[in-house]
Design a protein around this ligand. Structure first.
Ligand code: BQZ
Length: 674
């Protein structure tokens, strides 16, 4: 059989098409954005004072704020200090399972959990920080210091901050999250925090009510400060959740997870808005948090916006409503909608504007690399896993994919770029010379599969496993994709069609968001088409997930039920590189590490890149304080990046959209706003 010399399969990676529409951030220092400081006076909306404080149902604002609130500096606000009022009308494609985020429930995505949760550190706004000053922003943890040997990190929590029902926020909330959720194998917090996300063997203890101490195995693993941001270290209200946890009640873990259904109103939050109304398949309405612990430089308690709406619809409808002006915000992320969105917003009278960012939306075909039982594969699936772990098989798949055609099937024009996999062109640690690219070559792909003994023995046009493997049956592979997004299913359809030319039958397994997420994290897939997460864009966010550095951190290779990970030699190398990256803060060394990572990743086709393109923020023109160049996705989504608590609508532009004007959240579990 004619083997295909490896070097003949690689080629020059075409550069991404120029994309002039990208807007640039204004780079600053963290201290230009915020600080913690007591101010001489504080303010709130007049109706809060007259209706609640003077009525004695709410303490004065100064007593509701921490000793030293987080203060946003006016000079960094694009449109300066804001005014109170109005609402932001989001449209989302997810559906709330309930309010127990740390117990593993989704709230429907689209910024609802991002607006309700606050985390130890913050990274969304880091797109605007000078590269040589890049580090996570303080948030609930207002400062921290490392021990001499770098093995201990002492963090100081903001003092005197309160949950939205007035209950004190302190280290008990932090330790309940860590001990009874992260460390408890029966709980999988939303967004995937596991003990290994913070380094194998890491411990956390409370020193006092406002001081916690981490102890790490490595020295100065500064990387984990990013993991202490959204979505992996956002404590929940222990005074509400703990009594429902099996460690403190007769509840089962399932009862704990589902103890706070969407109908449960006024769940205490540390974020700027509290859910006060929920109409299934219709809308979730949130009202301002009267105890929110952030202010502007003039002492106005934030947020400026009194209400938030999340209309329960589809992600595609989010774009439509934003450009039409019946919605206020969207992350334009589905390339199929680009031309229409651009056409509609080109009109001067259009209600919304588009702000394109860098090419940080990327899709890949990920193969399940576990051959030791993750996801309980049957014979057929096990045979597919063995193929996935074979480099020649992965080579055949990647060179049988015509990425130019895949990109153009989504949208024509200068948006999509050929993406081989690995780090993205245009991001901080990307190095083209370290990127191995296997161009489209269907004939060579067929030769490779012939070489593997995958030939069509029954003449039905589909290759068969060799006799003795999976009963010599047709090579059938399922591809998991998120049916909530047209882009995900269109790309998967493209893969299916192009694999057919190779004689591989790929079968669609399209699942709604939460179902897809559960099948993916439990290993129930042969292949999956995914929109990649933050680690592939920023590298410094969720770094541990760049390789299987722990049993439950990686998206397509996790441990079996005995906790065993069957890593291939090149995966071992990637794990070593990622752990090395985590424990050095030397930028030059980091750049070299990531060159090796990229070379090994792309040479071995760890995942098969499909396409990469820029996203665009669609924002209604009446909103002010939207930062220039805010990407829809980098360290986090735009719902975090734009710092919504300091977004406002000038008085003369305010719409009449509030559903519960001049009301505040009621008691936890109560009927709604009061
Ligand atoms: C942005 C984001 C905010 C999750 C979700 C959703 C889930 C995934 C992912 C995005 C949605 C929007 O993405 O598409 O634009 O608003 O919510 O959280 O895809 O199914 O599990 O990782 O972030």
């Amino acid at each position: 059989m004619l083997a295909v010399p490896a070097q003949e399969l690689t080629g020059e990676l075409p550069d991404p098409p120029d994309f002039a529409a990208q807007s640039e951030p204004i780079f600053v220092s963290i201290s230009d954005i915020m600080e913690y400081r007591a101010l001489p006076e504080y303010h709130e909306p007049d109706w809060v004072t007259s209706k609640y404080v003077e009525a004695g149902t709410l303490p004065p604002v100064a007593e509701r704020l921490p000793k030293e609130p987080l203060v946003y500096k006016a000079a960094n606000m694009p449109d300066g200090l804001g005014v109170y009022g109005d609402t932001m009308r989001h449209v989302i494609g997810g559906r709330p399972e309930g309010w127990n985020y740390i117990g593993g429930q989704s709230q429907g995505w689209g910024g609802i959990d991002i607006g309700m949760s606050e985390c130890l550190t913050r990274t969304g706004p880091l797109f605007t920080i000078k590269a040589d000053e890049l580090e996570p922003m303080p948030n609930l943890a207002r400062s921290w210091e490392w021990s001499e040997d770098g093995k201990e990190l002492t963090m100081h929590l903001i003092e005197g901050a309160k949950w939205s029902d007035g209950d004190p926020f302190d280290s008990e909330d932090v330790m309940f999250f860590w001990n009874d959720n992260v460390l408890d194998p029966n709980v999988s917090p939303l967004n995937g925090a596991t003990p290994e996300s913070f380094g194998a063997g890491t411990t956390l203890e409370a020193i006092d009510a406002y001081t916690i101490k981490w102890t790490f195995q490595q020295a100065f693993p500064t990387q984990y400060l990013y993991t202490m941001a959204y979505g992996t270290f956002c404590p929940g209200p222990s005074h509400i959740l703990k009594p429902a946890h099996p460690n403190y009640s007769d509840n089962t873990y399932d009862q704990y997870k589902n103890a706070f259904p969407p109908e449960y109103m006024n769940i205490p939050v540390m974020g700027a808005w509290v859910p006060v109304e929920y109409r299934p398949d219709d809308i979730i309405v949130l009202r301002r948090n009267p105890y929110y612990w952030k202010v502007d430089e003039a002492g106005h308690q934030l947020p400026y916006l009194d209400e938030m709406h999340y209309r329960l619809s589809t992600w595609a409808d989010r774009d439509v409503q934003a450009v039409a002006g019946s919605g206020d915000f969207s992350n334009l992320e589905q390339a199929e909608s680009y031309v229409e969105a651009l056409r509609r917003s080109a009109d001067d009278n259009a209600p919304a504007r588009l702000q394109f960012g860098a090419r940080t939306i990327g899709y890949a075909l990920q193969m399940n690399f576990s051959a030791n039982g993750w996801g309980q594969p049957d014979d057929r699936a096990q045979a597919v896993r063995e193929l996935n772990r074979n480099l020649d098989f992965r080579k055949a798949v990647t060179i049988a994919l015509d990425r130019q055609r895949l990109g153009e099937s989504l949208v024509r024009g200068p948006f999509t770029a050929i993406y081989p996999g690995g780090l993205y062109a245009g991001t901080a640690y990307y190095d083209k010379a370290s990127t191995v690219y296997y161009p489209y070559n269907l004939d060579a792909a067929k030769t490779l599969l012939d070489g593997l003994g995958l030939v069509d023995t029954d003449g039905n046009g589909v290759r068969n496993f060799p006799a003795g493997t999976a009963g010599g049956r047709d090579v059938e592979i399922t591809v998991l994709a998120n049916s909530d997004y047209g882009t995900d299913t269109n790309l998967a359809e493209g893969v299916i069609a192009q694999m057919e030319q190779l004689g591989i039958r790929v079968i669609a397994n399209f699942q709604q968001g939460t179902a897809r997420d559960n099948m993916s994290t439990s290993g129930q897939f042969d292949w999956q088409v995914v929109r990649q997460t933050a680690e592939m864009v920023s590298i410094v966010q969720n770094t541990a997930a760049l390789a299987p550095t722990g049993p439950r951190v990686h998206s397509f290779h996790r441990a079996n039920s005995d906790g065993a990970l069957d890593l291939l030699p090149f995966e071992e190398e990637l794990v070593t590189l990622v752990n090395k990256f985590v424990s050095t803060s030397d930028n030059a060394e980091r750049a070299e590490i990531m060159k090796d990572y990229q070379r090994i990743f792309t040479e071995n086709i760890y995942s098969v890149g499909l396409t990469q393109y820029p996203g665009a923020l669609i924002i209604n023109k009446r909103f002010a304080n939207i930062p220039a160049g805010a990407p829809i996705f980098m360290f986090n989504w735009a719902e975090d990046n734009i710092i919504r608590e300091r977004v406002f609508v000038p008085a003369d532009a305010q719409g009449n959209h509030e559903l519960h004007p001049q009301t505040l959240p009621g008691a936890p579990g109560g009927a709604g706003p009061v």
